[in-house]
Write a protein that binds this ligand. Structure first.
Ligand code: SF4
Length: 115
């Protein structure tokens, strides 16, 4: 396997090449160890922080934003978005409020206050 990646851990955006098999990967192009770890994770078990929006039930045409507190496995993103789509919150609601607990190893929380 050979894969080209841009590191997204910091703004420098190092261009990296990953070669080898799952348990024996070689990474070149990274300027620091964080990039190497990112590349290995991306090739073995990619994860993403998921952001979305939810409806505020008692405010006409009002939405607020949510995100996962930690990255989740990439293969679960669409399942999670379906669960988020069903959520309705009631104003007032504050950033940090858990709206979907313990899902794929993390919580989904509000990121924008609604008064
Ligand atoms: S490899 Fe290191 S320096 Fe390069 S983008 Fe990733 S985190 Fe930044």
């Amino acid at each position: 396997m050979k894969r080209e990646l841009i590191c997204i851990v910091c703004p420098r955006g190092c261009a990296m090449t990953v070669e080898g098999e799952k348990d024996n990967l070689t990474v070149v192009g990274n300027a620091c160890p964080k990039g190497k770890q990112y590349a290995i994770d991306e090739c073995t078990h990619p994860t993403r922080t998921v952001t979305s929006i939810v409806r505020v039930a008692n405010r006409v045409d009002t939405m607020t934003s949510v995100k996962t507190e930690a990255p989740i496995p990439k293969e679960h993103i669409f399942d999670l978005l379906e669960k988020i789509r069903a959520i309705r919150v009631e104003a007032p609601v504050e950033a940090g409020t858990v709206v979907l607990p313990d899902v794929y190893g993390t919580n989904v929380v509000i990121t924008k206050n609604v008064k």
